[in-house]
Design a protein around this ligand. Structure first.
Ligand code: UDP
Length: 426
């Protein structure tokens, strides 16, 4: 087992000017002045699949362009069972009643101990450990680095992308003492910050990269051709949910809502688009079940990276959707929502905290509490094109102001340059 460095593409802050504006880019450059050459290490679980990887592919190179020495390492060679365990840790942190066995905790500990022994060599000025998979390895590496007298003033952060508001007690009791070995915690919403976290807490919301192929406008003809390729009729209304195949995203609820809408709008189609992440064996099982659930209806399409749906295809589905759905029950943030909003689509999303962070109900999308409500909002939007346009317009403006990569990098830099107080907004 090793850590492997992710070779990110080069990105330039200047390329963000047309989208984020001069003030946002100048802000990053101003904050970077005090941090030029700082060695920043990000550690996460996988190089592809899921929101964390998506984020790091942009913010790491943008930090570099701003003048910091930012690097990103991922776990390499950990056994599949480890990812089964960390998926359960993820699920139980979000409240699932599925306590881990002592043997599973032992596996988590053993893998992390091995990883700590091969932790990327410093000295680092700032270390950001993402999510629970490498949490213990980071805590251990920090301990030994401190013992070795490394990088005086180095600050180690645990960056939690998960909704921590209702964790399963047995999991949280194991993890929070590890979190408290860091210098600071970073959460997506202060609503997730638990009392047991005794270290300073900063709130940083994630972002999307307006220059990435996923978020640039696609030629309409090309986008429509992509839909046709996957059996979707580009001339009929289309509902789209893009997400990992994960129960928290409520994909079965999406199929139920689709069936209700279909009663009013027989021409409507659904595309459930998802990828199977490397660290997500549960997703494989869920994909099979979903294909079965949708099986009876030729207008319900369940598509994954195994069918050849990659970033460009995801972008086409999002752009051409009449309604973007994100029916999550729990959602740390939900980049798929941000992506739909940036494409000026009306988004109908669950009441999860991450969705509420982004959507102002009735203004920049709709928040729904049930399948019936979800279907009713979709019908409302499909019957009133002006409504969909107005929601989409507000949605795009919201993302431009608050959720582009430049603002995200600025929040990190601002955290790095402060002595952080408890529950501050970075
Ligand atoms: N994504 C993708 N292909 C898929 C499903 C998801 O490229 O089939 C991307 C999606 O566009 C988004 C990210 O993966 O950028 C998912 O991030 P999000 O925060 O929505 O959810 P997470 O997977 O982190 O829970």
């Amino acid at each position: 087992m090793v850590f492997t460095q992710v070779d990110t593409a080069q990105k330039r802050l200047d390329d963000h000017l047309p989208y984020a504006g001069e003030a946002a880019v100048a802000d990053v450059r101003r904050l970077a002045q005090a941090l030029l050459g700082a060695r920043v290490l990000h550690v996460s679980s996988t190089p592809y699949g899921g929101g964390v990887a998506e984020l790091l592919h942009t913010i790491v190179p943008l930090m570099r362009d701003a003048g910091l020495d930012a690097q990103w390492f991922v776990l390499d060679g950990a056994p599949l069972e480890f990812f089964e365990v960390t998926k359960r840790i993820h699920n139980t942190l979000q409240g699932m009643e599925d306590a881990l066995t002592p043997e599973e905790w032992t596996l988590y500990g053993d893998v992390n101990r091995s990883l700590a022994a091969v932790f990327p060599e410093g000295p680092w000025d700032f270390v950001v450990i993402h999510d629970p998979q490498p949490l213990l390895a980071g805590a251990m590496a920090r301990g030994s680095a401190a013992a070795g007298g490394e990088a005086e003033g180095a600050r180690w952060f645990w960056r939690c992308h998960i909704d921590l508001s209702t964790p399963l007690e047995s999991t949280w009791q194991r993890l929070h003492p590890l979190v408290n070995q860091y210098d600071g915690a970073i959460v997506t919403s202060c609503e997730y910050a638990r009392e047991e976290i005794a270290i300073p807490i900063a709130q940083i919301t994630p972002s999307i990269d307006p220059t990435s192929p996923k978020n640039l406008p696609l030629d309409r003809g090309r986008a429509r051709a992509v839909l046709s390729e996957f059996g979707v009729d580009p001339d009929r209304p289309l509902l789209v949910q893009v997400s990992r195949f994960d129960p928290w995203k409520d994909p079965f609820g999406v199929i139920d809502a689709f069936r209700i809408v279909k009663a009013d709008y027989p021409v409507v189609q659904l595309a459930l688009v998802g990828s199977i992440a490397l660290d997500d064996p549960e997703g494989v099982r869920l994909l099979d079940d979903l294909k079965q659930a949708a099986g009876g209806n030729p207008d319900a399409h369940v598509l994954s990276n195994q069918d050849g749906v990659h970033a460009a295809e995801v972008a086409a589905f999002q752009q051409e959707a009449d309604v973007v759905i994100q029916k999550s029950v729990r959602e740390g943030f939900g980049l798929t929502i941000t992506e739909g909003m940036w494409k000026a689509r009306p988004v109908v999303a669950g009441q999860a905290t991450g969705c509420r962070l982004q959507i102002e109900d009735g203004r920049s999308g709709y928040l729904i509490g049930s399948t019936e409500e979800c279907a009713a909002r979709i019908v409302q939007i499909l019957s009133d094109p002006g409504l969909g346009q107005a929601l989409g317009h507000e949605a795009r403006e919201t993302v431009r102001r608050r959720f582009l990569s430049t603002a995200h990098v600025a929040r990190y830099l601002s955290l790095f340059s402060q002595g952080s107080g408890r529950k501050q907004e970075a």
